[in-house]
Design a protein. Structure first.
Length: 206
């Protein structure tokens, strides 16, 4: 933190105002298979449905339903094509030593527990034993876990012209509202009111 303060004092103050568990890996919980706190899944989904969100309500929901149905089927097929895969050692790099436990999937540097992917010390141990490093990746990345996300399907539907009539009132379009800030000018008009003076005025009227 002292090094950060020397580089940028505002960045130092910004970080100090926040809980370290939300930005410092030293305080991250283990067995989460993630090295960052973010909402990439939500952002990815929003970017996909960006066009659908601009459409009427029912059309938007239909577009989202079809996208989700197609994606779940596609990812299920992809996951089914993957191959399944799963003592204590001291690993030394120079004067530093790290305990690698392949039974509990831990390393002294914690760089295996936090992201769920073997660190350099674990890879060195696995290579020495002539084993496959992929077998020691966290279960969150296994094919079986991936398939559980897409284990259910969304059934197809007939088009809206075949939907049954209901007695509910149809939704109205949203009311127009004035956006904040200065409104853009639609175009420059010519003011013909009043009397023109001189040649310039006559030309402007024409």
């Amino acid at each position: 933190m002292n090094s950060i303060r020397k580089i940028d004092h505002l960045a130092f103050e910004h970080l100090m105002e926040r809980e370290p568990k939300s930005w410092c890996m030293a305080f991250f919980e283990v067995d989460r298979a993630c090295v960052t706190y973010e909402n990439s899944i939500s952002e990815s989904f929003n970017s996909v449905i960006d066009l659908a969100k601009k459409r009427p309500l029912l059309t938007m929901l239909e577009d989202i339903r079809i996208y989700a149905m197609e994606r779940m089927y596609k990812m299920l097929l992809e996951g089914q094509s993957w191959a399944f895969g799963i003592q204590k050692y001291e690993v030394r790099i120079g004067n530093d030593g790290y305990v690698v436990d392949l039974t509990s999937n831990t390393c002294g540097c914690r760089s295996w527990q936090v992201p769920g992917i073997p660190c350099v010390h674990v890879v060195a141990t696995i290579s020495c034993l002539n084993r496959n490093a992929e077998d020691y990746v966290a279960a969150w990345f296994h094919t079986s876990i991936f398939l559980t996300c897409y284990n259910h399907t969304i059934n197809p539907l007939n088009g809206s012209s075949m939907w049954p009539e209901v007695s509910y009132m149809k939704p109205f379009p949203p009311q127009k509202r004035r956006l904040p800030g200065r409104q853009p000018l639609k175009g420059k008009g010519i003011n013909l009111q009043g009397k023109a003076r001189g040649k310039e005025g006559i030309l402007s009227q024409k």
